[in-house]
Design a protein around this ligand. Structure first.
Ligand SMILES: Cc1ncc(COP(=O)(O)O)c(C=O)c1O
Length: 490
């Protein structure tokens, strides 16, 4: 997808056949470099759903395991099961340290001269399986090697991915350029932790859809571009290929938070971005048992002033350096529950997105709903970008067209302002009033008093907007619940 560094070649409508290869870093987890490794590498090397520019047709040519297969299999295969007493699932290695049979083995493992994981802050086999799986999914159809580091939360992933670029060794006055359409805590990290506490100049782009607005803010002290796509809660996309081209001209990374899309619908690395961050607490971990985050990066990045040891394998650098030193590692138990959830990602996001479109259309048809925000509706400001970039992975194939899916999150403003929004939220019976999204249970909140309360005064989030995350209940039941809440409103 991306040509030589500094000259990205964004595909006009998505992906191209790739030689995607995920570096499965078994050694650091003490697993054999065996058949599972070879298989997942081979799969990712051969699998390349070529999406062709044949009119509106998107035809996939698939020659290796597809996305859903990679999600189910991860990096755990028959051979590895045999060395785990035949266990069908990856064991949860709830252990903090590895035992060694001799002082010499301990020395050599700690020195990285032989396979092993040593101590759970340096690595753990279960956490490693999750990292392999996340890298395989986010790196699907990406023409580069890709690896991942998983973290305690999505915010830890964002902090790790971004703070690494702020070293004063590179220059005394760093600035960052970001879309203000971001989750509240991301705004807080940038404004308070980086801006107020560390003197980083934070340049919020006034219109994230205007390339000029981004370009005006970039100078020789800019360390990265950052955007959420789609954003929480306004579900706005950005033009990733265009921003990637801008970032690469400036020789800085484009970092995208793609939590709301999930790799089942959009993979920013395939669109030219350098680094992707996720909150795995959301649709990846849809059963709602664990928090988690991930940083996924293509290899061989080259950025102005940043050392090669950091950019050659950025996720590996995070694991071996900042994460190991500062300790924001995911617990193996949480990795284990997230692994179970991520297996069904494609099917789940497909169903949730199909239901969300139905719900959005239903709400848009009601006279007592002032506005609906959903990228699948032609009225949405970034519908054109969603149509171009959000596809259900592997839905196209010989004789069948790929299908757009627009995600599970939407917003709506009941007519009648803030009091009406509060009344509708209070009357929901099936949908849960909760501040999480992407769960199998439908959840609703009012961001201005919930998820985005910290920044309610500054953010362009309407105070009367209800954010609805559509889950796996039957779509008719969700619609009936909304209908009764809106009907009883006055
Ligand atoms: C888009 C987005 N990114 C990051 C986060 C932070 O994730 P976590 O709560 O796992 O730290 C959230 C949380 O809602 C989010 O919506």
């Amino acid at each position: 997808m991306t040509g030589r560094h500094g000259s990205p070649r964004p595909h006009p409508r998505g992906f191209q056949r790739g030689r995607a290869r995920s570096r499965i870093l078994r050694q650091r987890h003490g697993r054999r470099t065996g058949r599972a490794d070879r298989q997942i590498r081979a799969a990712r090397g051969r699998r390349g759903a070529a999406v062709l520019d044949a009119g509106e047709e998107r035809v996939g040519t698939v020659t290796g395991p597809r996305f859903a297969t990679l999600a189910v299999r991860g990096s755990y295969d028959h051979e590895e099961a045999a060395s785990n007493r035949g266990s069908l699932s990856e064991p949860a290695y709830l252990a903090t340290a590895q035992h060694f049979d001799s002082a010499e083995t301990m020395r050599a493992t700690a020195a990285g001269e032989r396979e092993g994981w040593v101590y759970a802050r340096r690595g753990n086999p279960t956490v490693g399986h999750l990292e392999d799986t996340v890298a395989a999914l986010e790196g699907y159809q990406v023409d580069a090697e890709v690896s991942a580091a998983v973290t305690t939360t999505g915010m830890a992933a964002i902090t790790l991915a971004t703070s690494s670029f702020l070293s004063t060794a590179v220059g005394a006055k760093p600035n960052i350029v970001a879309s203000p359409a971001c989750y509240g805590s991301t705004v807080m990290v940038f404004d308070k932790r980086y801006g107020d506490e560390r003197g980083v100049s934070v340049r919020w782009v006034d219109d994230p859809l205007s390339l000029d607005a981004w370009e005006r803010n970039v100078d020789e002290d800019t360390r990265f571009l950052f955007a959420e796509s789609p954003s929480n809660p306004m579900v706005q996309l950005v033009d990733i290929p265009a921003l990637a081209a801008l970032a690469h001209r400036a020789q800085i990374p484009l970092i995208i938070d793609a939590t709301l899309a999930t790799p089942a619908l959009m993979r920013p690395l395939a669109l030219g971005a350098d680094i992707v961050v996720h909150s795995l607490t959301k649709a990846a971990g849809a059963s709602g048992r664990s928090m988690g985050g991930a940083v996924i990066a293509r290899h061989d990045l080259r950025f102005r002033g940043q050392p090669t040891q950091m950019t050659a394998d950025f996720a590996g650098y995070l694991r071996r350096g900042p994460m190991r030193d500062m300790g924001s590692v995911l617990s193996p138990f949480n990795a284990w529950t997230l692994l179970a959830d991520i297996r069904e990602l494609r099917a789940r996001v497909d169903t949730m997105s199909t239901s969300a479109l139905r719900v959005a259309e239903y709400l848009a048809d009601r006279g007592d709903v002032a506005e609906v925000f959903y990228p699948g509706l032609p009225s949405h400001r970034t519908h054109h970008l969603a149509k171009r970039d959000m596809w259900l992975v592997d839905s196209g194939g010989p004789g069948r067209d790929a299908v757009n899916r627009f995600g599970f999150l939407l917003g709506f403003r009941p007519a009648g302002g803030v009091p009406a929004a509060h009344r509708v939220l209070d009357r929901l019976d099936l949908v849960w009033r909760a501040n999480n999204l992407g769960q199998v249970k439908s959840t609703a909140t009012i961001p201005a008093i919930g998820t985005h309360q910290q920044i309610a005064g500054d953010a362009p989030v309407p105070p009367d907007m209800i954010r609805l995350s559509v889950g796996l209940e039957h779509a008719d039941d969700i619609i009936e619940d909304l209908a009764q809440a809106l009907d009883q409103r006055s």
